[in-house]
Design a protein. Structure first.
Length: 327
């Protein structure tokens, strides 16, 4: 089996905090913002969530340049309106005690997005966005509302929905060997130019000069490839002042209640000899990943075991990726 190894030659610094919506909004847009904010206020106060639009949220976790975790997510929207819409994201710490003297409640994160109709085609619409938060467990609310045109017939009722879900953000700042979420990419896009601040809000799965949108599911055809990407955090440093890691990838085929070894790659060695001279462990996470052609995989279910060995600290970290190969 031929396995192509891929570790991006472009080392991206830890993810930067995205800029929140700063555009000057029209009167109608300001009213839309007030409406979606009130939707979430109502659900937080115990009112039933409107359900014309239903959503699910899949979070990913990555270390940022500050003491907060970068959380890009994929929002799957069912029954999405086919017109321009407004979306509001609020992250709430349920354990926080509100300050009775505060004039305005401050949340760990809240932001508004206006979604053009062109992004809402199809049955299950998938949108990528991001929030930031320190380690902990949060209630995440997403309000989605159809924008009714100013000239719509009187009495037109907008479709709307509110999602409430719980997200636990890991701690990447405790010094322990850790990895980001292992991202299984749908494809690998090379960018010709850096994203602007507004584009970055809508395309959070960009690392250096590569964009890795997550796969829509874990089922792949034999004619496809399996591409995974992740970052390693808090690796120890050897005498050269650089990490010294071995990354191993082993494929096991699931058979009944057990599994059978299928194949493995040659280990990836990440150390002073393989890292570029400008690699600064205080700024750059160590990237890992592989791209594997699936032509030699028999149909069935598999578990990819990822093992990171930190030779400098003597620590190890194990992660799994489960996927299915179909004809």
């Amino acid at each position: 089996m031929v396995v192509a190894l891929v570790v991006s030659a472009t080392f991206a610094v830890a993810q930067q905090a995205p800029k929140k919506d700063e555009k000057k909004r029209s009167k109608q847009e300001q009213e839309e913002i007030q409406q979606v904010v009130k939707l979430v206020d109502g659900v937080m106060a115990g009112q039933p969530a409107p359900s014309d639009i239903t959503m699910t949220l899949e979070p990913f976790f990555m270390k940022s340049q500050e003491q907060r975790t970068f959380v890009p997510f994929v929002l799957t929207v069912k029954n999405a309106p086919k017109t321009d819409s407004a979306m509001y994201v609020r992250v709430v710490n349920p354990a926080a005690v509100p300050d009775p003297k505060a004039k305005k409640v401050e949340y760990p994160w809240d932001d508004i997005h206006f979604i053009p109709a062109a992004q809402l085609a199809g049955d299950d619409v998938k949108l990528s966005r991001v929030f930031m938060a320190t380690a902990g467990t949060y209630d995440v609310y997403v309000a989605f509302k159809e924008r009714v045109p100013e000239k719509a017939p009187k009495g037109t009722v907008a479709k709307m929905g509110v999602l409430k879900t719980q997200v636990t953000v890991p701690d990447y700042y405790n010094g322990e060997l850790a990895t980001s979420t292992i991202l299984v990419a749908d494809k690998v896009n090379t960018l010709s130019a850096p994203l602007g601040p507004e584009e970055a809000r809508e395309r959070p799965f960009v690392f250096g000069n590569q964009e890795l949108p997550p796969a829509t599911d874990m089922e792949f055809k034999k004619s496809e490839e399996l591409s995974i990407f992740f970052q390693v955090y808090n690796a120890g440093l050897d005498s050269t002042g650089k990490p010294n890691l071995t990354l191993e990838y082993e494929f096991n085929k699931i058979e009944g209640t057990g599994e059978k070894f299928f194949n493995k790659t040659n280990p990836q060695v990440v150390n002073a000899a393989s890292l570029p001279p400008q690699f600064d462990p205080t700024k750059f996470p160590v990237p890992g990943g592989i791209t594997v052609p699936l032509g030699s995989f028999a149909e069935g279910q598999y578990r990819l075991a990822v093992k990171i060995t930190d030779k400098a600290s003597g620590k190890t970290k194990n992660q799994d990726v489960r996927f299915t190969v179909k004809g």
